[in-house]
Structures are given as structure tokens and as C-alpha cells.
Design a protein around this ligand. Sequence first.
Ligand SMILES: Nc1ncnc2c1ncn2[C@@H]1O[C@H](COP(=O)(O)OP(=O)(O)OP(=O)(O)O)[C@@H](O)[C@H]1O
Length: 315
Amino acid sequence: MAVIELDHVTKTYKSRGRKTLANNDVSLSVNEGEVFGLFGHNGAGKTTIVNQLLGLLRPDSGSIMIAGKDVVKEPNLGRYLCSVQPQSRTPLGELTPRAVTQIMGKLRGIDDAEVERRTKELFGKLDIEQWADVQGNKLSGGVLRLTGFCMAAVAPGRAVILDEPTNDVDPVRRRYLWSAIRDLTRDGTAVVVVTHAIREAESAVDTIAILNEGKVLVQGNAREIKDRTAGDQMKLEAVAKAGEEQFVKPEWAESLKLAEAELVLTFPRDLATEALRWAGEQRDRGLVAQYSLTEITLEDMYIELIGKAVDGVQR
Ligand SMILES: Nc1ncnc2c1ncn2[C@@H]1O[C@H](COP(=O)(O)OP(=O)(O)OP(=O)(O)O)[C@@H](O)[C@H]1O
């Protein structure tokens, strides 16, 4: 069942006589128990969607329903039905992570014992207990960001919206964070993650939408979109030790690109043996250093789709 439904939402900003079409006929749907990745370039319109979900902005046209409630008609319901981690770091001043997380839990209406239990659970899961009682103005950016997540997760609404939750967070705690994000879905909460970290989001999201210039370029199950776009392709990545003139695209390859010493060839999956043999030969000739054969990633697919969209506009 859909928790979030945007139907033909259009939003234009007007400032100093200039109009910016931030969301152009956007329709999106996020189901119960789903982690939904919202991707797009800077200025694609992601935060504008978030602010409309929270009732902080009103669309020019279109409807926004959360858990069956019309948040365009009743904007305050957006903040009640969704808990949010904003893009900006949470400024705590002299308050501690434990204090702000507990305040947020109580504001969202859960009882003291449950607030305490959830706070302990989240801090343990993210391994930030050692900073739980340190004043916010003495904390690192990563811990502040994780505290922002705990504030959104302590008493989740029907949907939790996380705007760039992994920024500033170290690689180990990023893993803990993605696991905590998945935990949120267990009782049916829908989670929307706005992020540029597509590579690491790949294993954590169920469905995605890619925004380009305010429009939805593609939307649906992440795996299916990847299979549709990448087909049965794989890629060979290698560190090039020679210039472009030394590399000629082999006939088994569909593409060969060299940029900043990174050599990437794509090829059909059933030609992996040829690709490996070729890579070994290049290494023996001293033209490449280490190499690896990998699946096409969601990030590769994102770059390809955005590239096609830009080409389409330029043509
Ligand atoms: N208050 C505003 N007034 C005028 N234009 C705005 C305002 N807020 C955003 N915009 C413009 O609307 C467009 C969409 O902005 P938005 O912040 O939604 O993008 P985004 O996808 O969240 O970007 P980022 O990834 O950089 O955070 C951009 O062109 C931006 O410059």
C-alpha cells in the first residue's frame, strides 16, 4: 500500500522576477516498508519535494497524499505524519545528542520509557554512545549528522525522510546507518532517502526515482531498472599506466573509456573470459596495473541515464 503519493506535482519558485520550475509534473509513489532512494543532480528538485511533503511549501498544482491524508489541504499533517532528518546539520548548541533525541521522541508523543529504550538502541546501533552526553558544540560533523538521524528515527511517523543522511559519516558508521535505515521499515514505515551517495545506497534501496531538471526520469524497482538499462553488461576497470593512444577497443568490448588513468570497458556478460584474458595481456605488457571485473552499478546506470537525458536536450 502506498504511504506517499505525489500526483502531477508542479512547483515554481518566483524570486526577483525570475521563475524556476523546480518540480515539473512529478508523480511518485512510496509503499509501506520500502526504502525509496530519491536521486538527482544538484538543483534537480529533491529538497523541493521534501519540503512539500512536510507541508512547508505548497505545490502550484497536483496532489500530495501521505497515509491517505491530503497534505496540500492540511499542511500541518505533513510534519505529523513524517519525521525528517534535514539536509543541514542539526545545530545543537549546548544540548547533547541524548537530550535532543529524547526531546524529539517526547514531542512526537511516545512515553518516557519507550523514548529511553529507543534512544539507547539507536545510539548503540550507530556506535555513538560515547558522545551521547557531550555538548553539541563540541561534536564532530559526522556525530551531529548521526544525531539528526536519531532525532528522525526515535519516534518515526508513517514515513521517515532522510536528506543526505550519510554526509560526513565515517565508512564504518555509514554501514551501521544503512542497517538502522532498514530497521525502520520493519513495522511498515516508508523511508525516503535523498542522497548523492548512489554507490553505497545501491544495496539499501528497494525502489528509486531519478530526478533531472525537475522531472522524473525513471522510477521503480532498483534492480529492474538496472537490468533494463545495463542489460547483461559487465565492466572491466583497470588503472592505466599508458596514454589513450595505447588502447584500442577490442572487438568483444562495447565501449572503452579512459579518464584520469581509469580505464573502463563494458562488454556482454558471456564475454567475461575474453575480457579477463585481454586484461592479463595488458598487464603483462605494462599498460595497466591492477584490474577487476564487476557488475554495472546503480551509479553507472544513473550516469548513463542522466547523460542520455542531457544529450536528448542538446540534440
Ligand atoms: N527558495 C528558493 N527560491 C528560488 N529558487 C529556489 C529556491 N529553492 C530552490 N530553488 C531552485 O529550485 C531548484 C531545485 O532546488 P532543490 O533545492 O529542490 O534541488 P535539490 O535537488 O534538492 O538540490 P541539491 O542536491 O543541490 O540539494 C534549483 O534550481 C534551485 O536553485
